[in-house]
Write a protein that binds this ligand. Structure first.
Ligand SMILES: [Zn+2]
Length: 246
């Protein structure tokens, strides 16, 4: 694809134009108005391929900052929908919990065509999730696997409290190894959110271990430094996505 194709303006040029006309302004009462980013187009192949895994992480950190400061990018979803119709070039695949309060794309301020998303209670991996991640990275070219746990996770609480219900019982079993591997000297119950959050964090670490152990495809891509596999925790209270080790 021609990078300078007239119908496919690069995101960078769009950003540049938007920023150029939206200078910082200070109102009479001293309120600082930050420029609004406009993402009219979804990621092109050239833009995505030019990003390193670290650049993708930085991109999400900036998106989460915009979310927390309540100045999300001005997404033109219909333009992104049209633009991505011929092909998708997402930069990352995100594994997060089904919790309605932790929607990965919103808290990272990502648009259409930017991320693959897998969601399952307690953000654990299994064969189908791994297969989806292998497609995202080895076939579609995503540069980052982001496992995102969150505070006050009901699935983690359920695992700690040995909840039992139909198929949920088996799912919660997948989280239980994180409970025993969590070092915590206080009250180890589901009603102690400090403990619940510590287990959720350990659960993210174990999910990443499982991804490396159970997917030779993804492990090889990581060893070749073509992708990064990174953990994170989303805070329901503060809205911050805390990236591990980066
Ligand atoms: Zn959860």
């Amino acid at each position: 694809m021609n990078k300078n194709h007239p119908t496919q303006p690069s995101r960078r040029s769009i950003l540049k134009k938007t920023l150029a006309v939206s200078a910082l302004t200070v109102t009479g009462v001293g309120t600082l108005t930050l420029p609004t980013l406009t993402f009219a187009a979804s990621l092109s192949k050239e833009e995505r391929d030019a990003m390193t895994p670290d650049a993708v992480i930085e991109h999400f950190k900036q998106g989460n900052l915009r979310f927390r400061e309540n100045r999300p990018a001005k997404h033109d979803y219909l333009a992104q929908k049209r633009n991505s119709l011929a092909g998708q070039y997402p930069a990352a695949v995100i594994l997060s919990c089904i919790d309605s309060r932790a929607p990965a794309e919103i808290v990272l301020d990502a648009g259409i065509g930017e991320t693959f998303n897998a969601r399952v209670a307690g953000n654990i991996s299994n064969r189908d999730i791994l297969g989806s991640m292998e497609f995202a990275c080895a076939v579609a070219g995503a540069k980052l696997i982001l496992v995102m746990g969150h505070t006050r996770c009901g699935a983690v609480r359920g695992a700690i409290d040995n909840a039992e219900l139909g198929n949920l019982t088996g799912l919660l079993e997948e989280i239980k190894p994180a409970i025993e591997k969590t070092t915590y000297s206080g009250e180890r119950t589901g009603s102690n959110y400090e403990f619940v959050d510590a287990v959720a964090r350990k659960n993210v670490e174990l999910t990443i271990e499982n991804i490396r152990k159970n997917s030779a495809v993804l492990k090889q891509l990581e060893d070749e430094k073509k992708i990064k596999i990174v953990g994170s925790m989303y805070s329901l209270a503060g809205g911050k996505v805390d990236f591990f080790e980066v």
